[in-house]
Design a protein around this ligand. Sequence first.
Ligand SMILES: Cc1ncc(COP(=O)(O)O)c(C=O)c1O
Length: 426
Amino acid sequence: MTAPAPAATGTPNVKALYSDYAAGMETYIMFRIAQRVVDLTDELTAKGRPPIKMSIGAPTSDPPQILKDKVKELMDEPGIHTYSVPKGEKYFRDAASRRMKARFGIDINPNTEVSSLIGSKEGLAQMFRCIITPTLDESQQDIILTPDPGYASYQDAIKIAGGMCYPTVLNAENNYMPDFPKILEKIAAKGLDPKKVKALIVNYPSNPIGATVPFSYYHDVIEFARKHNILVISDIAYSEMYFEGEEPPHSVLEVPGAMDIAIEFHSLSKPYAVTGWRLGFAVGNADAVGILAKMKGTADSGLWKVMQKAAAFALESPECDAYIRKQALVYKENQDFMVEGFKKLGWPMEELNLPKFTFYFWLPIPKNYNSCEKFASDVLEKSGVVLVPGTAFGQSGEGFVRLSLVNPKDELAEVIRRLDEDGFHY
Ligand SMILES: Cc1ncc(COP(=O)(O)O)c(C=O)c1O
């Protein structure tokens, strides 16, 4: 017997049920770009320009063999396939804490000052929910100071949490170091309440610029944050990705007193080439970590224990460290190669601040363009080369495109060849 059809009471409309926050939400920029590439693939392939993605902020290399072997081995461990807890197993937190000591010289209590994350993107989004009281009324919104240009996910995640993103500009003129006291003054001058500033984000080495800062800047940031009771959210996803001979980036938590007011988000994604594994951890102030773990408990039940054990292994494996250093050499080689390539295409490479960190390349658009979106779109449609327009990272990104130098050499050479052939010169 089939169930009777429900009585018609109106026209169903699921969209009308969306929250005011979700209704205004756009698809994440990187997924939008990926979809555009899928839509154009047949057409581009037919004209001999199959897409070359210079857009993906992820290594294309295989993870360290020893780490893959570890995961295979872990599959058969008793109890490994059941739920964990949002903040992670003790062995994971212990390993993260020992890593912080070995790498940065910081003492971290594994019971109260560490939480596992299902990737740092997830952790950051949950952190914003912990400190923002949601409202669509701009005059009442909690404010988070975010780097501009900066990782696109900050803006989206803050908006959806019902807060306001206030851009802090990073450029060559300010040496990529926003002046936070001045920014607070500007906020007041705009008629916004500086007391609504709940947090500031620092991301060094930075996406998309690859910039970093002297350690003394972190001292200033912590002093400012302590004075105004503003949470410092340090996103250090690229901390291990420094070129040979460079000083390894510092943790903000190395600054005396930082543990009172800062939380730092670490990611295993890029250094270990395991972006799909979703491995990260947060460390820092116990209250911040505690509320984060509590918030996570409303949405997840922890990271798969195979991943936690693999991460614990990776964080203390000399072989994995050697892998990271080897990859940094590859990224430097790729950069050297592209610098030569763009030079031949007329770009004034000597005038640029070339990154010594990450695998990103922040390239000014040619003189005959005044929109980075138009340039990226033309390059995609004509040459099949996928670039990310600078404005995807904030308004200060206008005039630039971001390339990720993670592709094999033959693809890099093909990018330069196509740009030349298709008339894209500086
Ligand atoms: C600056 C920055 N932070 C965080 C992330 C997120 O990394 P994951 O969620 O893989 O740990 C990314 C990824 O591109 C990033 O560029």
